[in-house]
Design a protein around this ligand. Structure first.
Ligand SMILES: [Zn+2]
Ligand SMILES: [Zn+2]
Length: 271
């Protein structure tokens, strides 16, 4: 059992230290946990959107975050606990690549999740910003989101694409066939060499299903895109959340293994 997506108190909207998460993972029988808090956002976002200060730790905290995860890893190793990976979840949107690349180069991350949480500067997954869906044609929004997702994968900055269909979070899903979007993204991911996570947080949200959906997951499998599993825990009690559902979905689609990462090198583990 693995969990490659967790957040700590550092980001300002989650609870628990890295060590609290490792203890929770030990209690769940998890063999590998990645701590993947939100990478700081650039000043360009923070000055135009004051709410963005609640989405990620300030840049001045990043070194302390890294030190906390490394300390938790050493404690776990001494106690025979789970393997702890130093991870981060980076916001990938057009124009942010240079900032992300610079921050990533400073620390020995094991795994980088690349996520799209913004379209045109709008944090579309923030419940307080939900009203802005009314100003979009849903199909157009999905096309924009999937376009940005492909750009994120092609950037080469991430090892894993986070919650690949997050745009469905509040249940705004276009009518009709979405195969073109799923297949286009799956082919781009395969070509870019990124993995995709099966993220169980969607089960806790209004969409009430895994990210990605089963039809999307089938396209990912057909394209040969490897996967990881993550709870996207924002408190220690959510570590390993709905792992059985994720595993069952993956098995149904035909996956037999998942990836973990050490020093950004992938390693296959059986499901
Ligand atoms: Zn978060
Ligand atoms: Zn995220």
């Amino acid at each position: 059992m693995i969990d490659l997506h967790t957040h700590t108190w550092r980001c300002g909207h989650a609870r628990g230290t890295a060590s609290d998460y490792v203890l929770a993972a030990a209690g769940q029988g998890i063999s590998t946990i990645a701590i993947t808090d939100h990478l700081p956002l650039p000043a360009s976002v923070l000055t135009t959107d004051p709410a963005a200060a609640q989405y990620a730790m300030p840049e001045s905290d990043l070194a302390a975050y890294v030190a906390e995860v490394i300390e938790a890893r050493e404690l776990a190793a001494r106690a025979g606990g789970p393997e702890v990976l130093l991870g981060i979840e980076a916001d990938l949107f057009p124009g942010n690549e240079g900032y992300v690349r610079d921050l990533l180069s400073r620390y020995p991350f094991d795994v980088v999740l690349g996520s799209v949480h913004f379209v045109d500067g709008w944090a579309f997954d923030d419940p307080d910003r939900r009203g802005e869906y009314a100003s979009w044609d849903v199909r157009e929004l999905w096309e924009r989101y999937f376009g940005d997702l492909i750009t994120a994968a092609v950037s080469g900055l991430a090892d894993v694409i986070g919650h690949a269909d997050l745009v469905k979070k509040f249940g705004y899903v276009p009518e009709g066939d979405l195969t073109d979007l799923y297949k286009g993204a799956a082919d781009a991911f395969a070509h870019s060499g990124v993995a995709v996570e099966v993220n169980t947080a969607g089960l806790r949200k209004p969409c009430a299903e895994l990210y990605p959906s089963m039809p999307f997951l089938k396209n990912l499998h057909a394209a040969g895109v490897p996967i990881t599993i993550g709870s996207d825990a924002h408190c220690p009690a959510e570590v390993g959340f709905a792992y059985a559902e994720a595993r069952a979905a993956l098995t149904e689609v035909g996956y037999r293994s998942a990836l973990v990462f050490h020093g950004r090198q992938a390693e296959e583990v059986p499901l």
